[in-house]
Ligand binder design. Sequence first.
Ligand code: UDP
Ligand code: MN
Length: 574
Amino acid sequence: MSPLHRKISTLLFVLLLTLTCNYFWVARRMWKRVTCVSKPDSDYNHIHFPDIPNMTLLESVLGLKQPGANGTAVVVDVKKLPKEEAEKFQRSIEEREYSSYTSSLIPLQRSLPDVRLQGCYTLYSDLNLPETSVIIIFYNEHWSVLLRTVHSIMDNTPPHLIKEVILVDDASTDEVLKEPLKEYVSRFRKVQIVRAESRQGLIRARMMGFEHSTAPVAVFMDAHCECFPGWLEPLVTRIAENDSIITTPMIHGVNPLNFGVTMTTNIRLQWVSFPELRFAWMNVPQREKLRRKRPTDPYRSPAMVGCVFAISRRWFRKLGQFDPGMEVWGAENTELSLKTWMCGGGLELVPCSNVGHMYRPNKYYDSNPPFFSRNIARIANVWMDGYNVFARNHDGALADVGDISDRLKLRRDLHCHSFEWYLANVNPESYIVGDGIYTGEVRNVGLGTFCIDDTYGSKRLVSPIALFTCHGQLGNQLWDYTELREIKNFMFCFQETTGPVAMAICDEGEMKQKWRYDPSADGHGPVVSASGLCLSVDTTQLILITETCNGNGLQLWRWRKRREPRTWKLKNSM
Ligand code: UDP
Ligand code: MN
């Protein structure tokens, strides 16, 4: 064989070898895509995944077949696990308040069903929409949960709509989130990692991500989410129509123990609850049901949850982003909700967009840590005018509020509406305990020293309502008569029944919860039910009843305090 021939045949051999290898590599990847099954790279095993499940063992013990596919739950029966595996399972829950062990059993790329409402499909197109930067911040999120978030974005979004995905590492300590994560995401051209040198907390970490982003729309997303098909287009379409509107998707629950996706079928909005200024769920109010025309129309929501939302770059900048003086976690969603409404924009839940979020018991939630007290006090003193007194820590007694001068300047510069305007126009059904038109103790004129008393507290939903000696300490004896003509104490409202008056979960549309109270100049008067009966006392049992009105002292009531009713004009166009 001549040297030339030898060269040619070597070349041909190398070419053949490369092609064969590539063929197998492509075939393997295609197989993975088709079956949607991928296992964590075994190269990382002992170094980076100390608690990784023993897959071979588990496949036979648990009979896993396409675990988690289509959002199904993976129920790990701990009793069936060998001791070592059971311990890993328990440890993973203790460590993160979710079972990262179970998450590791589910492929990083899993499918979710297409749950779009009828009509959504044709309503939104991916043409002519602005590009988006998705900003995901994380602090020690489990590798598999974080990467499933990233994959779900990539797999469920038309590529031309995503300019970049920015992962902000808020100084995590987990080693696997350093080099290995960088190496893993290098497969995605559009994913970048930004690292904070020291822990910033979620508010400033998100702003760091925003500073690195460049697209006209930003989506902020928690690091434990999964996107459904067609999630982004509806969020961005609304912003393309009006870039002062913040949009949020329908948020479905990803179970922290079995990773099953639970669909939220009953659409609820959010409002700001006092005194913690957290979001609370509310049923869609009647006024909003009347305003919307089609099931696919967005809902105007007074507030938002905060785990996923989209906002235009222009509007986020104009609103002064988040408050950089807020620490660690919480209340940033409330601040943004108030700002967007009060300063000329809006906030909408777009029912055609669907995203899963893993809710888990949040260690910050019930404990009101100092940083949370600080955050809410900042909101109270910047945005709530005289209503600030209803917020916890408004006077800084529980935690330092810090300097709020630049936030006050921002509010002045933007010529924002008052908090009263927000209550009247955006959230007329909002309820601040102690802020009824009439509020405080309610004294029975006939009995003199007896007040209405919620003796049973919230333990009983429907119960007779008692009278008790007035003690002046509010709590059980604090009743608000509201603009919606309800008489309520926290979540419960007076409800007329055929027997004694009951306490029931407040429902704006329930006529049996409507009462008329127009006291005379000397400060007392009858409380009249929707059926025209008067609130009175059964003196043998000392409980509230309704009876034919007769002007008797037992039918006259005196509230402690009165304020001017708020009047609202519902805006119908935006
Ligand atoms: N986070 C962060 N730094 C913190 C606290 C939270 O980066 O100091 C991240 C966290 O990893 C998550 C997001 O902020 O991606 C929201 O936090 P979390 O999910 O705990 O809040 P929740 O949804 O429970 O209200
Ligand atoms: Mn979250």
